[in-house]
Design a protein around this ligand. Structure first.
Ligand code: ADP
Length: 673
């Protein structure tokens, strides 16, 4: 069965078509009465369902036209309208020949039942569809007009209502449009902000895919590495990061794929286009799209300067640690906060034993510098402190140090800690003591040299001038001199000549010993027979000339020794010479005896004696208790020094005992041969 739908509203047509087709009817739809009339040229529908108010030709006119036409008057005609206002419309419709007047909206089931009923009735009763009432044209027109006016009024009211609704909707839409516009602008602005944030960020911002290909790189990154963004987009991170980092990158990728530790910071080395080396700290997060891992979004902070500073600090720390000076750092309460290897080694402590302890642990408890120590911290805060101190090691041994301190200050110049650099100056001190000693020695030897020259010139000049003046007397007065006078003069010449010879002999002997050219002749010597008896005889003459007693006391039989006869002879000559020289009255005893299986020979005089102060210098060359030209004794100060050297050569022990104004006793101890 075919139904013709006449309605200008598309949605009505759509609904009717769906409903009718769903119930097994075929449908044809047109927009107004005129189109319906035209379509009827070709169609022969079983039913027409029409709206009333439509453009071009309304439903009433269509119904009227159809019912006038023989060919179409029998087709059942149903008005389906929402513009119903009064029963008069329905009545008018029937008068025009409509079969049914259905009001919109209608329940679909009810609607279908009405349609089926109309079709069935037409079919069953085999009756003709409703025919128009026989009304005069004037009445029809009048009713038609009033029906249309009603409808139009109704439609206008409806239109007004619709317009009102439309206005509300329009205002709502307007608001929505504005809101959307505002949201779009906000989005645009936020995107701009985000873009400028990314562009102007002082950190490098980039995106890479899973293979490391760059998907974006911000301006900072381009500038730092010297590539432009287009170049970056053709590059891979392994074009700028050394491949040694590849393993780490792959591990990280694996962790991210396994959803472990999503954001971690790593340090990488990055090479710029010009080969410059940068160190960056990269914080990267995985970049997902539709839950699929695309790659990483990363922020790279240039830490080259920090890295270099860190390296510098590490180098400094290493230097401080390994420097040979002892370094300590203490806080404002003198507590140790750092010590280096050298300090631990020097003081014998472990780091654990010192950190946190008071610095006084390194100083002796009863230090004499206590007062000074108290000032170190204050003086360091005011500039620095330098000086020598005594410190103590863990084993309790004390040693000298040279300490130099300075203040470590913070950014605001506030005192943070005290750094002390100490050197163990034990060796330096010893060396300086040795230098001082050597200097004193040099000064002394210089003094001695001057004394020696003065003494020598005196020792040679005096006898020479004696000889010269006596020879002049001999020359001038020879014939007038008595025999005694002549003998006295010749004796003086002889004694003066001996004095010169003795002096020269001593100088030569001493220099031989000093430079090591003296060659001893070792042999067995009988001290008494080979040495002392001869000397006793020789010195008895000079003792006699000074009215001194010279006693030779022999208390042992065997006085045989082994030694060098010349030097041993010289030892006794010098000792006896001094004994006679420094004794004005009294006696000189030469005693030879046996004691503790040793041979002891002592030469004791009753002379001027030697003071305790001088005793220590007695064997030093050129040392004389009484000095200068006013000296009342002859001599050059070499005798006893030579005696000592000869004793050492012959392994003879020599002792001296003496008392001022009482006398002196020189004892020689020999081993038996
Ligand atoms: P000198 O040529 O001056 O005697 P020596 O070396 O022999 O030099 O003696 C050094 C000094 O020791 C003497 O100058 C003297 O002061 C003192 N001396 C040496 N022997 C005696 C002694 N027997 N009695 C007193 N003083 C002595």
């Amino acid at each position: 069965m075919e139904i013709l739908i006449v309605d200008d509203k598309e949605e009505n047509v759509y609904l009717l078509e769906a409903l009718l087709k769903g119930n097994g009817y075929r449908t044809v739809s047109v927009r107004n009465g005129k189109e319906a009339l035209q379509s009827l040229q070709k169609l022969k529908p079983d039913l027409i369902i029409s709206d009333i108010l439509m453009p071009v030709m309304d439903g009433f006119t269509l119904c009227r036209e159809l019912k006038k036409n023989k060919n179409f008057s029998k087709i059942p005609f149903i008005f389906y309208t929402a513009t119903y206002t009064s029963l008069k419309d329905e009545e008018f419709a029937f008068n025009l020949g409509a079969d049914k007047f259905i009001l919109k909206p209608q329940d679909p089931d009810v609607f279908m039942k009405i349609i089926e009923k109309v079709l069935e009735e037409v079919k069953k009763k085999k009756i003709q569809p409703n025919m128009p009432a026989k009304l005069s044209e004037e009445v029809v027109l009048k009713e038609y007009n009033s029906a249309l006016i009603r409808k139009l009024e109704d439609k206008m009211a409806e239109a007004e209502e619709t317009e009102k609704k439309l206005r509300i909707i329009n205002a709502k839409l307007q608001r929505e449009i504005e809101e959307r516009k505002f949201a779009e602008e906000a989005l645009k602005e936020s995107e701009m902000k985000y873009r400028s944030l990314v562009t102007q960020s002082p950190d490098g911002i980039f995106i890479i895919d899973r293979k490391g290909n760059f998907l974006s790189a911000n301006r900072t990154m381009c500038k730092a590495l010297g590539f432009d963004e287009q170049e970056f987009l053709k590059m891979n991170i392994w074009d700028v990061v050394p491949e040694t980092y590849k393993k780490r990158f792959e591990k990280r990728l694996e962790r991210i794929i396994n959803r472990k530790s999503l954001n971690e910071a790593f340090e990488y080395q990055v090479n710029g286009k010009d080969g410059s080396v940068h160190f960056v700290e990269v914080l990267s997060v995985p970049y997902y799209k539709d839950d699929k891992l695309i790659g990483f979004q990363g922020i790279a902070r240039d830490i080259t300067e920090r890295k270099l500073a860190e390296e510098k600090i590490a180098l400094l720390a290493h230097s401080v640690k390994s420097i040979t000076e002892c370094i300590s750092i203490t806080d404002d309460k003198d507590k140790i906060i750092f010590v280096n290897e050298a300090l631990l080694k020097t003081y014998g402590y472990s780091e654990k034993e010192l950190i946190g302890k008071d610095i006084s642990v390194l100083r002796p408890k009863n230090s004499v510098e206590q007062e000074e120590l108290k000032n170190i911290l204050t003086e360091t805060i005011n500039g620095g402190w330098k000086g020598e101190l005594i410190n103590i090691k863990k084993d309790g041994s004390e040693f000298p140090i040279y300490l130099s301190t300075s203040a470590i200050r913070g950014d605001n110049d506030e005192f943070i800690a005290l750094i002390g650099v100490a050197n163990d100056i034990t060796e330096m001190k010893q060396a300086s003591e040795e230098i001082i000693y050597a200097k004193e020695l040099a000064e002394k030897s210089d003094r001695l040299k001057t004394d020696f020259l003065r003494q020598m010139s005196h020792e040679i000049r005096t006898p020479v001038s004696v000889i010269v003046s006596f020879i002049r007397i001999l020359k001038d007065e020879f014939n007038n001199l008595t025999r005694n006078e002549l003998s006295e003069i010749l004796n003086s010449i002889a004694s003066s000549s001996n004095r010169i010879i003795r002096t020269i002999e001593l100088i030569l002997n001493m220099s031989e010993m000093q430079i090591g050219t003296y060659h001893p002749t070792w042999g067995y010597i009988d001290l008494v027979k080979d040495v002392l008896q001869n000397l006793n005889y020789e010195f008895s003459q000079s003792a006699k000339s000074k009215n001194l007693e010279l006693n030779f006391k022999l208390q042992l039989k065997d006085a045989k020794i082994r030694g060098d006869q010349y030097s041993i002879n010289q030892i006794f000559i010098n000792l006896l010479d001094n004994a006679v020289k420094y004794t004005k009255k009294g006696k000189i005893d030469i005693l030879v005896k046996e004691e503790n299986k040793k041979i002891k020979v002592s030469i004791e005089d009753t002379g001027i004696g030697i003071s305790d102060e001088f005793m220590g210098n007695i064997f030093e060359p050129f040392m004389q208790e009484e000095r200068g030209y006013s000296r009342s004794f002859e001599g050059n100060g070499l005798g006893l020094a030579l005696v000592k050297k000869y004793c050492d050569l012959n392994k003879i022990k020599i002792n001296v005992e003496s008392k001022k104004e009482i006398g002196s006793k020189f004892t020689l101890i020999f081993n038996h041969a």
